[in-house]
Design a protein around this ligand. Structure first.
Ligand code: BTN
Length: 353
């Protein structure tokens, strides 16, 4: 399936011949394109001669011209100065490895970043990479998803270059039954990242939806490949609405974006870097201190942990209950009106006012 502005052959922007993208229906971004972006950013506001760019990234001058045209079509402001070269007019807010990796130091999560201008679902790509042996901490990130997946079989709205659509491959030394704590971990990490980059007040709705002023700004889909007693890989898929100027009509009443809540444009690079740092920090806490370090933090960070009146959809129909803390496994304790307590392991709760 050819994609707008990005073809799949050797003439396009994909990296079909590179190890990371070889097997995929859609190849990941060609490393030389990332080099081109990096070169322009490093020399921002300076006119860089076409032949210099061509020799530094190892392609022809024609190919440089062609890629610049495609980057322009993707929204990058690049001025062409006749007989002189190209000038980047504005630092792009792209999530390419060369713009994100240098901010992460030696941390493991994000040590390898596989970038796509467009792909179906970063979770699907992450699973394919994990099956091929991708290492712990590998991050797959896309500017746009054409088949982004949410929890409970829903679709995830993945508008081009507005949000963060990323998946992290984890290979934790945990039993499959202990994996749910990673879902809570991702929620707390994402909450901290949003708070530090925007100053917004962020709530977490069990298990890990981030809410600002009651509207969802981030969702997390945790999936794993495991055998009965062995966890092979966990994929944390995180979708965050960052610079959406408006949400689609059907989501408007329940979802929002960081831009809509702050009334200003937010750097996706800055939020992604904060998110990857927080994931690294909280993963370290989990390994050093155990799962209670995460469940305690989650309980302190969420108004849903205790005393919240909620509606829960169950196979037997809707049920009203009051939340009564987290079980050490990460399940939500619910107190029914007749006093009985139940543990909610999977599903969705909605606040009842
Ligand atoms: C939810 O329903 O709240 C979870 C949404 C998760 C969306 C993210 S976007 C990146 C990753 N790739 C996907 O297809 N889904 C997750």
């Amino acid at each position: 399936m050819p994609l707008a502005g990005i073809s799949h052959d050797a003439e396009g922007m994909g990296s079909r011949g590179e190890k990371q993208g070889m097997h995929m229906a859609t190849p990941s971004t060609d490393r030389r394109i990332d080099k081109l972006i990096h070169l322009l950013v490093k020399n921002a506001m300076v006119v860089v001669p076409g032949p210099k760019i061509a020799s530094e990234i190892g392609v022809t001058r024609f190919k440089v011209w062609e890629w610049i045209e495609k980057l322009r079509a993707l929204g990058m402001e690049i001025r062409g100065v006749p007989a002189a070269g190209y000038q980047l007019m504005k630092i792009p807010d792209l999530l390419t490895p060369s713009l994100v990796r240098p901010e992460l130091g030696a941390q493991t999560i994000g040590h390898v970043i596989v970038h796509y201008f467009r792909t179906e679902s970063t979770n699907d790509v992450a699973f394919e990479l994990a099956a091929e042996g991708a290492e712990h901490g590998t991050v797959v990130v896309a500017e746009e998803q054409t088949a982004g997946r949410g929890r409970l079989g829903r679709a995830w709205h993945s508008e081009k270059s507005s949000g963060i659509y990323m998946s992290v491959i984890l290979r934790p030394p945990l039993a499959p039954t202990a994996a749910p704590v990673l879902t809570l971990l991702a929620g707390v990490a994402a909450q901290q990242a949003v708070i530090s980059s925007t100053g917004l007040a962020v709530d977490i709705r069990w298990p890990n939806d981030l809410l600002v002023n009651g509207k969802k700004i981030c969702g997390i889909l945790t999936e794993m490949s495991a055998e009965l007693d062995q966890l092979h890989a966990v994929v944390l898929g995180i979708g965050m609405n960052v610079n959406h100027r408006q949400m689609p009509a059907e989501l408007k009443s329940t979802a929002s974006s960081l831009r809509l809540e702050t009334n200003r444009a937010i750097s996706r690079v800055q939020v992604l870097v904060a998110l990857l740092r927080e994931l690294e920090r909280h993963y370290g806490l989990l390994l050093q201190e155990g799962s209670t370090a995460i469940t305690e933090r989650w309980a302190a960070a969420s108004s849903f942990a205790s005393g919240k009146r909620v509606r829960v959809a169950t196979a037997a129909g809707d049920m009203l209950a009051t939340t009564a803390g987290l079980d050490p496994s990460g399940a939500l304790r619910l107190r029914r009106d007749d006093g009985r307590e139940e543990l909610l392991v999977a599903g969705e709760v909605v606040e009842v006012k």
